[in-house]
Design a binder for this molecule. Structure first.
Ligand code: GLC
Ligand code: CA
Length: 523
């Protein structure tokens, strides 16, 4: 694995700080809590922690509305707590990645107050202000990702400001050189403090059409979809010039040693890979969400892996994601049994995997009654909210799961049925499976660094080989609840089953897989 950077070899784990561990009884997770649970991550075997936003924020979008890029919200702790967290993480060999939210600030950010103070403000063009349309309405038809128009009128100045998300999240104007310089300073602030990189929020949104043309209608829109899907985001996002902005961000990161830049990008594969940038000057890892969006069947997944592998630019390092704080959890999408198979897939594909907290124990979405809804999207567009995937981590079987001594900000799952402590004790638990998979990745460089070769799909069995030097591994995943067989042709040794009850030599010929079983074999 020589020659690979840590972010290529390693595995990333996403912590949603509000829901990881509360230490002061206010029902909200905090930085002290993350520190306290670092050993869980070490035992799990991941390499890096990505923290969702911890900056001062009115929490209209739970931290994705930043009021100060260079601080820590008191609800999470202090800068000193952050420094301690970084030290503790590094002492354990863990990297720490921050969530950087450059597309918009909170309306409470002092920059916005200045910008809003009137047209002559020197920071007026740090945000996106436009005159009304001739009829006095919004400047164009762009819609907010959380429903309704993406424009809000400011009576004092007679102009509208743009917000791709909530009206409390005004979009920054990345065409302004001063704004770009200020944001580079922000990145340096954290890099100087020792962070190992950034996950950049909605990076494909940073530059909008210079002429602010209307977005065209989406003819495939169906009423079960959110408002935003009514239009194709042709002019409001994914503009070619965004790659210049990203090149600048990358240059800031490259001034430091061994840091990583990851981009959140929801685009089809052929557009996604453009974010590696010309000559790989873009993000190191454009998040690949294909496994979240694809139907769960062997041929569809085999096809998408091939498509992705083929689309990667020379030298572009792949990555895979199964879930995050914006998506239905994997255990709810495909069920508990297949979630084990999915874990094996995630951790044996070629490229950097990202694990969402809770998925390592098979946590499912938790029903959150409408009156308890926290997510602003749920309040605007009921049914689309993300609270169910953001519930507190159940560490033990007490009603509040060892997460808090107070009232948790979101309800927990049935902790008696599913919690970390119980899975520690159960040798065949999902947690043990994750540990085994991560240990296997470490002890078999073919998994972390080897070449990928797809096998012909047989029925619902997805199979591929990973090869490095003399070692050749076969991964065979039964994506169905029925037993299956594939042709093995030669003898092999099972290294790991998702059922955690099988290893050793397999006879040449047909390889049998039980229902919902995945295997890693050495050929
Ligand atoms: C990203 C975040 C999401 C947030 C949005 C606005 O998609 O992952 O949680 O609501 O950006 O910042
Ligand atoms: Ca707390």
């Amino acid at each position: 694995m020589q020659g690979l950077a840590w972010w290529q070899r390693g595995v990333v784990y996403q912590v949603y700080p509000r829901s990881f561990q509360d230490t002061n009884g206010d029902g909200i997770g905090d930085l002290q809590g993350v520190r306290r649970r670092l050993d869980h991550l070490v035992r799990l075997g991941v390499d890096a922690v990505w923290l969702s936003p911890i900056y001062p924020s009115p929490m209209a979008d739970f931290g994705y509305d930043v009021a100060d890029y260079c601080g820590v919200d008191p609800i999470f702790g202090s800068l000193q707590d952050f420094d301690r967290l970084i030290d503790d993480a590094h002492a354990r060999g863990l990297k720490l990645i921050l969530d950087f939210v450059p597309n918009h600030t909170s309306e409470a950010h002092p920059w916005f107050a200045e910008s809003r103070s009137g047209r002559p403000s020197p920071k007026r063009d740090w945000y996106i202000w436009r005159d009304p349309a001739p009829d006095g309405g919004p400047p164009n038809n762009w819609m907010s990702n959380f429903g309704g128009s993406a424009w809000t009128f400011d009576p004092a100045s007679g102009q509208y400001y743009h917000h791709a998300f909530l009206e409390q999240q005004p979009d920054l104007n990345w065409r302004s050189p001063e704004l770009r310089a200020a944001m580079a300073e922000v990145m340096r602030f954290w890099l100087d403090r020792g962070v190992d990189g950034f996950r950049v929020d909605v990076i494909w949104h940073l530059i909008k059409d210079a002429e602010f043309r209307d977005n065209p209608p989406n003819s495939a829109f169906t009423p079960d979809q959110p408002d935003i899907a009514r239009l194709l985001q042709v002019h409001s996002a994914d503009q070619e010039e965004v790659l210049d902005v990203i090149r600048e961000m990358r240059a800031v990161v490259d001034d430091y040693q061994d840091r990583v830049l990851i981009g959140e990008i929801y685009l089809p594969v052929e557009r996604l890979v453009a974010y590696y940038g010309p000559e790989l000057s873009g993000v190191h890892l454009p998040f690949n969400f294909q496994l979240i969006l694809a139907p769960w069947n062997a041929s569809a997944i085999a096809r998408l892996i091939d498509e992705y592998e083929r689309a990667l630019p020379p030298g572009g390092w792949p990555n895979w994601v199964l879930g995050n704080h914006d998506q239905k959890r994997i255990a709810s999408r495909i069920g508990a049994a297949q979630a084990r198979v999915a874990a094996m897939l995630l951790l044996t594909l070629r490229g950097t995997p990202t694990i969402y907290y809770g998925d390592e124990i098979g946590l499912a979405d938790v029903f959150v009654p409408h009156e308890l809804a926290q997510d602003p999207w749920e309040k605007n567009e009921p049914g689309h909210g993300r609270d169910p995937a953001r519930t507190p981590m159940p560490w033990d079987d007490t009603p509040t799961g060892g997460f808090t001594t107070g009232r948790p900000w979101l309800p927990l799952n049935d902790t008696r049925a599913l919690n970390v402590a119980a899975q520690e004790a159960d040798p065949r638990s999902m947690l043990r499976l994750h540990r085994a998979l991560l240990a296997l990745r470490r002890s078999h460089p073919a998994l972390a660094a080897g070449a990928y070769e797809g096998e012909r799909t047989e029925g619902e069995v997805l199979a591929f080989r990973r090869r490095l030097g003399d070692e050749e591994l076969l991964v065979a995943l039964n994506l169905s609840p029925n037993p299956a067989e594939i042709d093995l042709g030669r003898t092999a040794e099972t290294l790991l089953s998702t059922h955690l009850d099988r290893s050793g030599p397999e006879p040449a010929g047909r390889l049998r897989l039980r229902a919902d079983e995945g295997l890693v074999l050495r050929l």
